[in-house]
Design a protein around this ligand. Structure first.
Ligand SMILES: NC(=O)C1=CN([C@@H]2O[C@H](COP(=O)(O)OP(=O)(O)OC[C@H]3O[C@@H](n4cnc5c(N)ncnc54)[C@H](OP(=O)(O)O)[C@@H]3O)[C@@H](O)[C@H]2O)C=CC1
Ligand SMILES: CCCCCCCCCCCCCCCC(=O)[C@@H](N)CO
Length: 350
């Protein structure tokens, strides 16, 4: 076969593969059932007093869920509670008996995390979905972080999710799944959802006190997802990029310029947009939901053995992503090397 013939063959098969994949995406989108309906179901959302967690709670409220929101600061919780109640009122009689429970708890304390689950269940009933959104970054250089700061990063982002997931899983696994709330509402499997970060897929300078925890949540998800096949419970790990939240504003006050420069590639999204996109991904059955195209590309390049929805298109995308990653790394390291040249060796700086 001549070179031009094989080029045509490769071209034609690529086009066919893409067409097939597109057809599969469209039909799957049209005919697959909702993988995570929320109407009438009992949901715990942590970190729901502001930012993405609050946006998730508002969205769940609009779709008819019974909700428990958890965070530490009571005032902020009450303010978020008022917004959520307004949505519930707006639903009118569409979802009768829709409930909201507000719990102040420090989820980095295992006893508090367990108490929160017990309290939520005593008021709401059996938990069907847990979405851990509590967390936050304290950017800086690893060298300059105190060990307390490193511990704080782990407590806030890893243990705050692990303690409540452990307490919730133990009660969930002790009983069968509750029956669907509405006929034909979709797959009412129970779910545990973690919130990691795009930066766990493409780690960048300045997030050393944060990404151990976030990458840990990703590994935990893959491990726990397998274990939870035994109990018929789904486990997921969300990978959002920048979110314009109160926490984001705070971290930007101390964020190194290098981190800001490298992060520019990723355009920060509004919490509502992130919540909506992640819920849609969960409702399509994604184990590792993402809210943007950039995060989707990063996921394709770093997904490894995590299950994916629509394997064909994801594999095609992953081939492109692994190549793009080479240039992304070179670009990012280039920004840092430029700074090193400009400032000279760190041991000579005062
Ligand atoms: N903003 C961003 O750019 C990105 C954020 N993420 C992740 O998404 C999630 C949401 O982020 P964002 O919207 O910025 O959130 P915010 O930082 O704005 O809010 C964090 C929420 O978590 C609560 N929280 C923090 N620590 C604890 C704790 N120990 N116990 C209980 N509640 C706690 C806070 O309330 P209180 O302080 O009162 O306890 C608050 O409700 C986080 O996990 C974050 O790491 C991921 C990618 C990007
Ligand atoms: C195949 C191509 C992939 C390219 C990926 C490039 C990504 C670079 C930037 C990563 C930005 C991370 C933002 C999340 C920040 C975060 O988690 C904190 N703000 C939390 O508060």
């Amino acid at each position: 076969m001549s070179l031009s013939n094989s080029a045509v063959l490769v071209g034609a098969s690529t086009v066919t593969a893409i067409l097939l994949a597109t057809a599969a995406t469209v039909t799957m989108g049209l005919f697959s059932e909702n993988q995570m309906p929320v109407a009438g179901r009992n949901v715990i959302i942590t970190g729901a007093s502001q930012g993405m967690g609050k946006a998730v709670a508002l969205l769940f409220a609009a779709q008819g869920a019974n909700i428990t929101i958890i965070a530490r600061n009571q005032q902020k919780l009450d303010a978020a509670g008022e917004e959520i109640r307004a949505v519930i009122t707006k639903n009118g009689s569409k979802y009768p008996d829709q409930k909201l429970v507000i719990i102040s708890a420090d989820l980095a304390d295992p006893a508090d995390a367990k108490r929160a689950v017990v309290e939520s269940e005593s008021q709401l009933g059996e938990t069907e979905i847990l979405w851990c959104c509590a967390g936050g970054a304290n950017p800086g250089m690893f060298k300059d972080h105190s060990l307390d700061e490193l511990h704080y990063g782990m407590n806030t982002n890893y243990w705050s999710a692990v303690y409540i997931a452990h307490a919730t899983l133990n009660v969930m696994a002790s009983r069968p799944p509750p029956p669907p709330k509405f006929p034909g509402q979709g797959n009412t499997q129970r779910r545990i959802i973690f919130t990691s970060s795009l930066a766990a897929l493409c780690p960048v300078i300045g997030y050393s006190s944060y990404l151990g925890a976030k990458a840990g949540l990703r590994a935990l998800t893959d491990c726990l997802r397998q274990e939870c096949l035994l109990y018929d419970i789904g486990v997921h790990c969300c990978m959002p990029g920048g979110i314009e939240s109160p926490g984001f504003e705070m971290e930007n006050l101390t964020k190194p310029d290098l981190t800001k420069k490298i992060e520019e590639t990723d355009v920060a999204q509004q919490p509502e947009e992130v919540a909506k996109a992640l819920l849609e991904e969960l409702q399509r059955g994604q184990v590792m939901p993402v809210p943007s195209f950039l995060a989707r590309a990063a996921r394709a390049g770093a997904i490894g053995p995590t299950p994916r929805v629509n394997a064909v298109i994801e594999v095609l995308l992953s081939w492109i992503a692994v190549i793009v990653f080479i240039f992304v790394r070179r670009d990012q390291d280039g920004i840092i090397m430029k700074e090193r040249k400009l400032k000279g060796p760190v041991w000579k700086q005062k």
